[in-house]
Design a protein around this ligand. Structure first.
Ligand SMILES: [Fe+2]
Ligand SMILES: [Fe+2]
Length: 153
């Protein structure tokens, strides 16, 4: 099951619809990132429902931060070697995502109520990740595969 921002039907990311990168490590990273975001989301929902322990959510956001650091560098290095023309914008999107993950990590170690964090996650994190993987990463994968970019919506 995929993370679902309000008002958007599931499934949000169906890998069968996506052109994979020719590099298997990047595709594996994506699957692991999505799985960690979903685990983080479940832990946060549980913390809100039990009015309680945010420790499991803290563990998952720490894991997500580490995975992002590894994947984004790997992907940027790969796209740089390919001479990807949109690399600068892609890097900016990665830094934005990392900033958001860090913001959630800080909120979870402070006094912010899990319910408030959950609201922010639903409004921001899921949308950003889904957009990035479905759109920006998909455009990069098409370039890497030598296929034409999709037309602008
Ligand atoms: Fe990316
Ligand atoms: Fe990616």
């Amino acid at each position: 099951m995929f993370l679902r921002p309000k008002g958007v039907p599931v499934p949000l990311i169906d890998e069968s619809d996506m052109v994979p990168y020719p590099d298997g490590a990047l595709n594996r990273d994506h699957r692991e990132l999505i799985a960690t975001v979903n685990r983080f989301y479940s832990c946060l929902c549980r913390a809100v429902a039990d009015d309680g322990d945010a420790t499991p959510a803290r563990v998952q956001i720490g894991q997500l931060e580490r995975q992002c650091a590894i994947h984004f560098r790997r992907e940027e290095g790969y796209l740089q070697r390919l001479g990807y023309p949109q690399l600068t914008q892609h890097r900016i999107a990665h830094r934005r995502f990392e900033g958001l993950v860090h913001q959630f990590k800080v909120a979870l170690t402070g006094n912010t109520a899990p319910a408030d964090i959950l609201r922010l996650v639903e409004e921001n994190l899921s949308v950003l990740l889904i957009q990035h993987i479905n759109e920006a990463d998909q455009a990069a994968a098409l370039f890497a595969a030598g296929l034409p970019a999709p037309p602008d919506p």
